[in-house]
Each structure stands twice: as structure tokens, then as C-alpha cells.
Ligand binder design. Structure first.
Ligand code: ZN
Length: 73
């Protein structure tokens, strides 16, 4: 086994596997775009924790709009 496997890492920017070697100046990112966008996101505090939404839907049925009800007249 003399095959040298390239070290693959997951790009923190987009999640795609990219080669981690000195020729990749954007490592561990896959590209300049990912690197800059990641840094920019951190700088602008755009990182949001997923699953932190606490929205509750209150169902208040029983109001107007009953098709079975006829206006008393
Ligand atoms: Zn990427």
C-alpha cells in the first residue's frame, strides 16, 4: 500500500469535503468564498443557533364562521 491518501477535511463554510494540503491556501475551507463568507458571518454576528425558535401557536377556535349556524332573524 503505497497510495498516499489526500487529507480530506470538511469545509466549515459549506460542509463539503475539501483537500487539506499546502496547495490549498484556503484550507480548511474549500475556497476563498467560503473562507471570507465564514469570517464575515462571524464578524457580523450572523451565526444563529438552529432550533432556538420558541414560537407557540395558540388555537382559538369557536369564533364566527360557523356554516351550520344561521343568523337568527
Ligand atoms: Zn466550502
Amino acid at each position: 500500500m503505497k497510495h498516499e491518501r489526500p487529507l480530506m477535511v470538511r469545509c466549515p463554510g459549506c460542509g463539503r469535503s475539501t483537500r487539506y494540503d499546502p496547495r490549498n491556501r484556503w484550507r480548511p475551507f474549500c475556497s476563498e468564498r467560503c473562507k471570507t463568507s465564514d469570517l464575515g458571518a462571524w464578524a457580523s454576528d450572523a451565526y444563529v443557533i438552529e432550533g432556538a425558535s420558541g414560537e407557540e401557536t395558540s388555537s382559538d377556535a369557536g369564533e364566527a364562521g360557523d356554516p351550520d349556524r344561521r343568523p337568527a332573524g
